[in-house]
Design a protein around this ligand. Structure first.
Ligand code: ADP
Ligand code: MG
Length: 291
């Protein structure tokens, strides 16, 4: 690799919104055959909106007030969607006590004297709550690509809240171009399998791994590399940092967490997948010129 051509390439990359750490990252990226992408914030906008509420017994506004009062303690984008959606629907919030977040699962605490648990199926199951009465509604919403969160009040299933996180307008064409450049695309997400598959099939993504913790995402990258794949990982969040660091090339989406940027060989300033398409063309052209 001649330093001059690499410098030209990194310079051109920067003007195209792709910050490339060093020559090695660019060379490795030319050889990548598998791209692992996070769903939330990478394929999608990462700004979920509350769309549906199902209550079993409570009044809907009271139910939303309870859920949102608890979620005020969380910084998760799903929590922000619940708080904003509840307020738009006229719910008054109160103080929660004993707030606790369980990473990748949900939150718990007390609101107005009731014990409240809110999160995915695993969160309610861990608390011994039977959420079967909500399952039909949940499945329908998930098949639509929505993320469903379950709520238990005083140990009983009380309802569910669904949010929708729209796919970025640039994602579909970028996935097509990456396929054309010879990449297999694997979605890795903490979200549930039905929601993940609905989003993946709308985009023609080759493989889906759902319900993953940050460590599971890292293990997936190691598994793919051990199988002989050359792997790039694109992600935006703190929870993607271990997977980014384990990849041949980590790609931080610029709009995301600083820790993701620190673990990356490339950073996409604008945070959409088109930057990866541009970086791929650049990397391949540079390697061709060197040879
Ligand atoms: P992602 O990779 O989609 O950002 P996470 O690993 O952060 O997801 O969380 C996985 C799942 O855990 C979410 O899809 C959601 O069902 C549940 N969850 C996590 N945090 C919260 C929260 N604050 N409120 C409700 N549900 C949550
Ligand atoms: Mg994310």
């Amino acid at each position: 690799a001649t330093p001059m051509s690499i410098m030209t390439a990194t310079g051109r990359g920067a003007s195209a919104g792709v910050l490339i750490k060093d020559a090695e990252a660019l060379e490795r990226f030319a050889k990548v055959d598998t791209l692992v992408v996070d769903k939330t914030g990478t394929l999608t906008e990462g700004r979920p909106q509350l769309t549906d509420v199902v209550v079993l017994e409570n009044d809907e506004t009271a139910f939303l007030s309870t859920a949102a009062s608890l979620e005020r303690g969380s910084e998760h984008p799903l929590a922000e969607a619940i708080v904003a959606g509840a307020q738009e629907r006229g719910a008054e919030l109160s103080e929660a006590t004993g707030f606790e977040a369980v990473t990748g699962k949900g939150v718990r605490g007390e609101v107005r004297g009731s014990a409240v648990v809110l999160g995915n199926r695993a969160m309610l199951a861990a608390e011994g709550v039977d959420a079967a009465a909500l399952d039909d509604d949940a499945r329908t919403l998930e098949t639509d690509g929505k993320t469903v969160m379950f709520v238990a009040i005083d140990g009983r299933a009380a309802g569910l809240i669904a949010v929708s996180d729209p796919i970025k307008p640039t994602t579909e064409a970028a996935i097509r171009a990456l396929h054309e450049s010879g990449m297999r695309i694997v979605m890795a997400t903490g979200d549930n399998e039905r929601t993940a598959k609905a989003v993946a099939s709308a985009l023609g993504i080759d493989e889906v791994r759902a319900g993953l913790s940050p460590q599971d995402k890292q293990a997936l990258v190691e598994e793919l590399r051990n199988g002989g794949a050359k792997v790039a990982v694109a992600g935006d969040g703190v929870n993607d940092a271990p997977a980014l660091a384990a990849a041949d090339v980590g790609i931080a989406m610029g709009t995301g967490a600083d820790v993701a940027v620190e673990s990356a060989g490339m950073t996409l300033v604008k945070g959409d997948l088109n930057g990866i398409v541009r970086a791929r063309h650049l990397a391949r052209a540079t390697i061709r010129n060197i040879k």
